[in-house]
Design a protein around this ligand. Structure first.
Ligand SMILES: NC(=O)c1ccc[n+]([C@@H]2O[C@H](COP(=O)([O-])OP(=O)(O)OC[C@H]3O[C@@H](n4cnc5c(N)ncnc54)[C@H](OP(=O)(O)O)[C@@H]3O)[C@@H](O)[C@H]2O)c1
Length: 266
């Protein structure tokens, strides 16, 4: 891509978890964050200082020298904030996994999505290089610009449509949020019996490492995949006092058995 078409000057809108990590990552790769716009002054000024940018509280006072407006506000505010920027044809992207690109269509004629698939909190340092950045744009040229920008910070830029991104976002709930809640259930049950949770940590880490392989289900272990009904019944009995945990155990076991039967039939 010719140098003059690359994204070099960015306005970041928002100063929360995502805005902070993206602004810092781009700044460290030499992209000029020229301005941070944020509703709340304190957070906006703090981020602006960290990336040597200007700060403005008025969301409709954007610096039009920018090649890109990176809108990293809460999902529910994306459409409204996008419109309040009063852009014409400047490239505008949001960073959400679950909001359609079309939410920006009334705000500029050049729009896209720049969605890094990871969980971010301001306090935790993040190395972007292995984080997939999912890209969507309304023209090929915008796609190329965003891919080039994503590759500055990550080895994994991936084109995905809004529909595909929403599926990915939904599966991240299974892979990330639900597995994390399984640890919470285990921790809660162990605590009730005075057993340290740390005993499970090596198993948890080894299980997470199965994600490195193809066909993860072929590495599934435990009573459900073995069809060991005696153990499953014993566990269900032990969980009888913990209604919802028992239901979760039963449902997931049934789902594993069904998955195995389907695989065996193939
Ligand atoms: N955090 C993650 O792990 C993660 C991962 C992937 C994608 N994302 C996406 O990144 C985007 C930002 O999420 P986040 O986690 O950074 O959220 P966050 O930390 O809660 O920050 C929200 C930002 O949006 C601003 N905002 C909220 N409502 C607003 C409104 N009505 N008008 C103007 N500004 C408003 C807030 O401004 P104030 O400072 O004034 O409150 C703040 O700057 C979302 O689209 C989210 O889906 C987040």
């Amino acid at each position: 891509m010719p140098e003059h078409q690359k994204i070099q000057n960015v306005v970041v809108i928002g100063a929360g978890n995502m805005a902070t990590h993206l602004a810092l990552a781009l700044h460290h790769k030499g992209v000029n964050v020229i301005e941070v716009l944020n509703r709340t002054r304190q957070a906006g000024e703090k981020l602006a200082r960290r990336v040597k940018a200007g700060y403005n509280t008025g969301l409709n006072a954007a610096d039009f020298r920018a090649d890109l407006f990176l809108l990293a506000v809460s999902d529910s505010a994306i459409e409204e904030v996008a419109k309040s920027l009063h852009l014409k044809d400047q490239l505008l992207v949001h960073t959400s996994g679950s909001v359609d690109m079309a939410a920006l269509s009334g705000a500029s004629s050049n729009i896209g999505v720049f969605y890094p698939l990871q969980t971010f909190s301001k306090e935790k340092r993040i190395n972007f290089s292995n984080i997939p950045v999912c890209i969507e744009a309304n023209t090929r040229e915008n796609e190329e610009k965003l891919i080039q920008l994503a590759r500055l910070i990550s080895k994994k830029a991936q084109l995905l449509s809004s529909a595909q991104r929403k599926v990915l976002h939904m599966t991240a709930v299974f892979a990330g949020n639900f597995s994390s809640f399984m640890y919470t259930i285990a921790e809660d049950l162990l605590k009730k019996h005075g057993i340290p949770f740390s005993l499970l940590k090596p198993l948890i880490l080894q299980t997470a490492a199965t994600a490195k392989h193809e066909d993860i289900f072929s590495r599934q272990t435990g009573p459900a995949v073995r069809g060991d009904t005696r153990i499953m019944d014993e566990h269900l009995e032990m969980l009888a006092k913990h209604g919802v945990y028992m239901e979760i155990y039963d449902l997931i076991s049934k789902s594993i058995i069904k998955h195995k039967t389907r695989n065996d039939e193939l």
